[in-house]
Design a protein around this ligand. Structure first.
Ligand SMILES: [Cu+2]
Length: 138
């Protein structure tokens, strides 16, 4: 008796799970038009998503300050150009976020790969801790 009711519970949970997937798919597809109607940027997104490597992503360091794009795509290759004479680094505060890059001065460049998970990633220059920046992945 007990075993039988456990099995039927499991079976109905499975059925609920399948039904749940179907309805959430529907929700997702009906939610999309609402989102694009409220945001003009969303309308412009689909074409650029087809060519994610089209725009080079560059963080420029000048006068001990980082200057970069507002956001980068997940997994984007980010180039760091150091226009100072001092060596700088882009060192993630969370060491697992991305690989640190050290860039010698006078226009030298280095690259790192942006995290694949969207989010905000703080970074610093390990030689000059007052230099701070944030990489926004979305
Ligand atoms: Cu520095």
């Amino acid at each position: 008796m007990v075993a039988k009711s456990v099995i039927s519970l499991a079976a109905s949970a499975l059925l609920l799970g399948v039904a749940g997937c179907g309805s959430s798919d529907q929700e997702a597809s009906t939610a999309e038009p609402t989102t694009s109607a409220t945001s003009e940027e969303t309308k412009n997104s689909p074409p650029s998503e087809e060519t994610p490597d089209a725009e080079p992503v560059v963080i420029t360091i000048k006068d001990f300050e980082y200057a970069g794009p507002d956001s980068v795509a997940p997994g984007a290759t980010v180039t760091v150009q150091n226009d100072d004479s001092s060596t700088h680094s882009v060192t993630p505060e969370d060491a697992d976020a991305f690989v640190e890059v050290i860039i010698e001065g006078d226009g030298a460049t280095g690259t790192f790969t942006a995290p694949s998970e969207p989010g905000e990633y703080s970074y610093v220059c390990k030689f000059h801790p007052e230099m701070v920046g944030t990489l926004v992945v979305e």
